[in-house]
Design a protein around this ligand. Structure first.
Ligand SMILES: [Fe+2]
Length: 280
């Protein structure tokens, strides 16, 4: 009961924090707009993927990492992933699955909902549980810098709106979202990396040979997913931002190890392991 009350009070505090729009680093660190940084998203409790991506980032001498949310949900290691993100990321946003673990999952399918209830149970136990809840409960939905916006979903609905590649055919939707973006918006949520241009194109990382200059036009950049890619490639995806130069990274990790952990947990559907192998 005590654990429940602790979490409930943290969530109540979080409600206040989460309804405010943050324009500063939640860690109080001043961030240079020209700084070299890595942007990761959608880890989904996949420890093998996160460790491999963090090692890839560090091997390039990059110390500033932003995380666009969904640290947990679906995957077998929510505690470890929260701890690693807390330790390594200078900016972290709230994702819809993080919110689902904190509160009640809304709009989740049956498998995702079972996974989130299991995730919540895991997060409620073990040493350091209170610190993890506090960290998750204080995550902002938006991070803003001059000419750059960072969200989990979209500029219009930072937590829940999907912007899929096929939305380029929904002119009204894309134009409305672009109207809310000063210059560039970095987002996740769909687990499909790529670049939306103002003239209604979607460019995959392959189409731009994994490098792109943001220049003077507006862009929406989806950084892809670390822990559950859905672009047909099982490798983890993230983005490096160096001034206005984007680099899309693909990193192979031990997919079988993560899938086998999922298969061993009855509350996690086998499909959640199978999909990792195909990147779907
Ligand atoms: Fe996600």
């Amino acid at each position: 009961m005590l654990a429940f009350l602790d979490r409930a009070s943290l969530c109540a505090q979080a409600g206040v924090v989460m309804d405010t729009v943050s324009f500063a680093s939640p860690h109080g660190i001043a961030v240079e707009n020209t700084a070299l940084r890595a942007i990761i998203s959608d880890i989904h409790g996949n420890l093998e993927a996160l460790e491999t991506v963090l090692a890839d980032i560090k091997s390039q001498g990059i110390n500033e990492i932003y995380c666009l949310g969904d640290i947990v949900g679906y995957g077998p290691n929510p505690r470890e992933c929260v701890d690693l993100v807390r330790k390594n990321c200078v900016v972290t946003l709230l994702g819809n699955h993080d919110q689902g673990a904190l509160f009640d999952p809304e709009g989740f399918n049956a498998g995702a909902e079972r996974a989130i209830f299991w995730t919540r149970q895991v997060l409620e136990g073990g040493a350091g549980a209170d610190a993890r809840w506090e960290f998750l409960g204080e995550l902002p939905r938006i991070h803003k810098e001059p000419q750059r916006l960072f969200v989990h979903g979209s500029a219009r609905n930072p937590l829940n709106e999907y912007v899929f590649p096929e939305d380029i055919y929904n002119q009204r939707k894309i134009e409305r979202i672009f109207s809310l973006v000063e210059k560039d918006c970095f987002q996740g949520h769909t687990h499909i990396p790529g670049i939306f241009t103002e003239d209604l194109n979607f460019l995959t990382p392959e189409e731009v040979n994994f490098e792109y200059r943001l220049g003077t036009q507006k862009h929406l950049v989806n950084v892809g997913s670390v822990g559950q890619p859905r672009n047909g490639v099982p490798d983890s995806s993230y983005v490096i931002l160096d001034g206005d130069k984007l680099t899309f990274r693909r990193v192979k990790y031990d997919v079988d190890k993560t899938a086998n952990k999922i298969y061993a947990i009855p509350e996690l559907d086998r499909f959640l392991g199978d999909r990792l192998k195909e990147g779907r």
